[in-house]
Design a protein. Structure first.
Length: 286
């Protein structure tokens, strides 16, 4: 998707890699942006699409702790650099409060580890050593392929680890600065965040195009429209966590029993539909 977006925008957008904004100062006519490496520039509008730990949000709205709520879970992923055993099947191993899984991604195996934790003290989203230590500590007693996954996690630099978090912020825009995607409204990993981020970008573009000389009303309409999609998805975490990372052995047993019954329930629904008397189409002769 990143490649598609790059190709679609390369003629119309200037892209700076390996840099970050360090300060934002706006007045009625524009925003002065200071970068870590590039020279300062002035823009009509700043859109912070820089994810859960958004720098734009911190600079324009305040510290992360005010808006980012840890949902009691951490997630890690690491590529196993080996072909997946199955093109479709995800294999999950649970212990109370912990899940280890192997997913097929374009034919390659990807490990995902999700575990319950009230909050790692002084958690640093970019501190790989801290993340490896947390995984080793949490999964040290687990069997299945977990010891192998821990060895791989220990040896790799390609480990992604973060808190599962929800972002809630009263308003997404301040003057000429606005937020998009996870920066504005992370719904955590259980809520279709990529899909919503793309939909939000489209709504933002539509509304800016509708009133190009009135950014205030465009940004207000963007937020009002897109919140109707995002807000209902922000409450999915508890039910998804109960399903994927049950907290107790009894919870794991219940989930396993329920998941064995799902195919039966689905087959029953299909059978009922197939056997139900068909209504004649509207306007059909009797
Ligand atoms: C394990 C996992 C699985 C998921 N699975 C799904 C799924 O199946 N379907 C789905 O729809 N969603 C899924 N999500 C959620 C999805 O990944 C996010 O909601 C989505 O990536 C948000 O997009 P974004 O562009 O807002 O932020 P991000 O994808 O986080 O992108 C932000 C970008 O900004 C860059 N950046 C950060 N800080 C700066 C800075 N200071 N300066 C410049 N650049 C910066 C980052 O490098 C990054 O490229 C999943 C999330 C996780 C953690």
């Amino acid at each position: 998707m990143a490649r598609i977006l790059m190709e679609a925008s390369s003629d119309s957008a200037e892209i700076l890699f390996g840099d970050t904004i360090t300060a934002l100062h706006q007045d009625a006519h524009g925003v002065d942006v200071t970068f870590e490496k590039a020279a300062p520039r002035r823009f009509d509008l700043v859109v912070g699409a820089d994810g859960l730990h958004s720098t734009t949000r911190r600079l324009a709205f305040g510290p992360e702790e005010r808006f980012v709520e840890h949902m009691g879970l951490y997630v890690a992923t690491l590529p196993l650099n080996a072909p997946a055993d199955s093109p479709t099947d995800v294999v999950i191993h649970n212990a109370p409060g912990r899940m280890a899984s192997i997913h097929p991604v374009h034919g390659q195996a990807l490990a995902a580890l999700i575990f319950r934790h009230p909050g790692i003290p002084d958690f640093r989203p970019r501190d790989l050593d801290q993340h490896k230590e947390a995984l080793a500590d949490t999964y040290r007693d687990d069997g299945w392929r977990v010891p192998e996954l821990l060895d791989r996690a220990r040896a790799t630099d390609d480990l992604w680890f973060d808190s599962v978090s929800r972002v809630r912020i009263d308003r997404w825009s301040d003057g000429r600065i606005t937020l998009l995607g996870d920066a504005a409204s992370s719904v955590s990993l259980f809520g279709d965040g990529s899909t919503l981020a793309m939909a939000g970008a489209r709504t933002l573009a539509d509304e800016l195009a509708a009133t190009p000389t009135d950014h205030r009303s465009a940004l207000a309409r963007y937020e009002a429209r897109h919140r109707t999609l995002v807000d209902p998805r922000q409450n999915n975490v508890a039910s998804a966590a109960a399903l994927m990372v049950p907290a107790t052995s009894a919870g794991i047993a219940l989930r396993n029993t329920a998941s064995r019954l799902w195919p039966l329930a689905a087959a029953g629904t299909r059978l009922r539909r197939a056997m139900a008397p068909r209504k004649p189409p509207l306007g059909a002769a009797r």
